[in-house]
Design a protein around this ligand. Structure first.
Ligand SMILES: NC(=O)c1ccc[n+]([C@@H]2O[C@H](COP(=O)([O-])OP(=O)(O)OC[C@H]3O[C@@H](n4cnc5c(N)ncnc54)[C@H](O)[C@@H]3O)[C@@H](O)[C@H]2O)c1
Ligand SMILES: [Zn+2]
Ligand SMILES: [Zn+2]
Length: 361
């Protein structure tokens, strides 16, 4: 059996997305069919449309999603029909060299559905991040479907599937932010603000937000920033040193994906501090640093893939913290939109008008 539903397709590089009828197979062994309820518009979807990820067009976009399991294939035990789930783009295989090293959050052979979703004429679709969720139904590996408390709003829940998890995890998992720490976050979009929220949750004492847009800095305060710096007219490294008694921060988180902000993060850090790169650079970008400073400052320069999260461990936990009133997820939802508003949502994102537009099915 197959299902015919509408989906948002990026057909060729740089062209506006279109709504097409897509064919979604019923789940085979190990797979789950999910009826999508909400899916956030992430910067990475735009990267796909622009050909910046790879050229395997056409893409079925959307990957920050929540929904309800419609049916499962043979052998699936972690979810069943009717479960409310967040879809993860990492489902650890348990068998690769990273899983064997006891580090499933880096899994190098993450699982996806085996059967392809296609256009009506049989053209195979590349689902964004192995998901493809700007559609009414999507097919994933059952390991990608993570059951969480259904009391959460579907719009807020979906965001845990990508950007918000990446930011929370950049602070809590990769950066190891803990009670009393000082933190600086460069770039206060959805990812940066989640890093701020994660730092607050972990007990950081000083949380400095850096952006080039005053609107973003105002929103950053709502998520827990104790200080803000607009780096268009203030040197952020100097300002951060001033705030931290001349020392710099324990953890500096780069959430833009840019060599300029990466260097700022590097120099805004205290001795033996940690730099976390969670922003995604483009292929042409390079950083140049004095090697003596790399040695002399000590500490760690780390990258954060998906906030180094283990979805089955972290998604239910963050949803529970949200339901306990300790983590604001609703604040990331700037607007809810329809499936055919995704192209306009990309433009709003480029103009900096939203943290997240969320498509509601
Ligand atoms: N590592 C991961 O697993 C992961 C997951 C999701 C997204 N990301 C990446 O994280 C980055 C941020 O994503 P987002 O959704 O928050 O994007 P966004 O566009 O919503 O936010 C980016 C923010 O950076 C600010 N900014 C731009 N240039 C700046 C500069 N020079 N100095 C300071 N601030 C500046 C913008 O004003 C904006 O507020 C992107 O590169 C995205 O691809 C990474
Ligand atoms: Zn693995
Ligand atoms: Zn994303």
């Amino acid at each position: 059996m197959t299902n015919r539903v509408k989906g948002v397709i990026a057909g060729s590089e740089g062209e506006p997305v279109t709504i097409e009828t897509i064919v979604v197979p019923d789940p085979g062994p190990g797979e789950a069919l999910v009826r999508i309820q909400a899916c956030g518009v992430c910067h990475t979807d735009l990267h796909y449309r622009e050909g910046a990820i790879n050229d395997e067009f056409p893409f079925l976009l959307g990957h920050e999603a929540s929904g309800v399991v419609e049916s499962v294939g043979d052998g699936v035990t972690n979810v069943e029909q009717g479960d409310f789930v967040i879809i993860a783009w990492r489902a650890p295989c348990g068998n690769c060299r990273s899983c064997f090293r006891g580090r499933p959050w880096y899994c190098f052979d993450s699982m996806n559905a085996a059967q392809p979703m296609t256009l009506g004429d049989g053209t195979v679709l590349s689902p964004a991040l192995g998901i493809g969720a700007f559609t009414e139904l999507t097919l994933v590996h059952a390991g990608q479907a993570v059951k969480v408390d259904p009391q959460v709003s579907s719009a807020a829940a979906g965001l845990i599937g990508c950007g918000v998890m990446a930011g929370l995890g950049a602070a809590v998992n990769t950066g190891g932010v803990t009670r009393g720490d000082s933190v600086a976050v460069f770039g206060c979009g959805g990812v940066g603000d989640a890093a701020i929220a994660g730092s607050q949750l972990a007990g950081a004492h000083t949380i400095i937000a850096v952006d080039i847009d005053d609107r973003k800095l105002e929103w950053a305060k709502d998520f827990g920033a104790t200080h803000t710096i607009n780096s268009t007219h203030t040197d952020p490294v100097e300002a951060i040193r001033e705030i931290t008694d001349g020392n710099g921060v324990n953890v500096a988180i780069e959430a833009v994906g840019n060599p300029v902000t990466y260097e700022q993060a590097f120099f805004a850090r205290d001795l033996a501090g940690t730099v976390v790169l969670v922003g995604v650079p483009s292929p042409d970008m390079k950083v140049e640093l004095p090697m003596l400073e790399v040695f002399g400052r000590g500490g760690a320069l780390k990258s954060s893939w998906y906030g180094d999260c283990l979805p089955s461990r972290d998604f239910p936990m963050f949803i529970d913290l949200h339901l306990q009133g300790r983590l604001d997820l609703d604040g990331f939802v700037s607007e809810t939109i329809a499936l055919d508003d995704v192209e306009e949502a990309f433009h709003k994102m480029e103009r900096g008008e939203v943290l997240r537009s969320v498509v509601m099915m």
